[in-house]
Design a protein around this ligand. Structure first.
Ligand SMILES: O=C([O-])CC(=O)C(=O)O
Length: 160
């Protein structure tokens, strides 16, 4: 998938929403990625993230509202490798990741607010496929998200 979010914004100004006010870091081996939105809402517990990236993700991006916490990592190289095996396009986390040198070698997009060496807890908490909001945008399961080094945008339908 080859695109620039700036062009997608210019060409679809009437329907895109743009995430603002957040500083993203791109850690995955793919810097531009997009697809159908699947959501997880959790806080310092990556149970739902691990579980869901273990299912088929072709054409999909997992968007995680981790409450902005940088206190532990919601994804690392093992979970990301599994996501690659299952065909996920990428993961966007309003929170943190770890194992960044390994993430850079994987053919998947991983955008987060930062990294931290410690993993998250797993208490089987978190919700799947509910509307989540951060950076002024509501991510709705079934809509579309596109991300690159310029930022993150959503649209009610596929733009590519
Ligand atoms: O296991 C975790 O919770 C996160 C992690 O380090 C990995 O995915 O390798």
């Amino acid at each position: 998938m080859s695109f620039v979010t700036c062009d997608l914004c210019d060409d679809n100004a009437d329907i895109v929403s743009v995430v603002t006010g957040l500083h993203w870091y791109s850690y995955g081996g793919r810097s531009a990625f997009g697809g159908e939105i699947v959501t997880v809402k959790c806080f310092e517990d990556n149970s739902r993230v691990k579980e869901h990236l273990g299912t088929d993700g072709k054409g999909k991006v997992l968007v995680v509202d981790g409450g902005g916490s940088l206190r532990n990592a919601l994804i690392g190289d093992m979970i990301a490798e599994n996501a690659v095996k299952n065909g996920w396009e990428g993961v966007i986390i309003h929170g943190a990741c770890r194992d960044v040198d390994e993430l850079a070698k994987l053919d998947i997009g991983v955008m987060t607010l930062g990294c931290v060496p410690i993993k998250s807890v797993r208490r089987d908490e978190g919700q799947l496929n509910i509307d989540i909001t951060f950076g002024g945008v509501t991510f709705r399961p079934g809509e579309y998200v596109y991300a690159d080094n310029n930022g993150v945008i959503t649209a009610p339908r596929a733009l590519l």
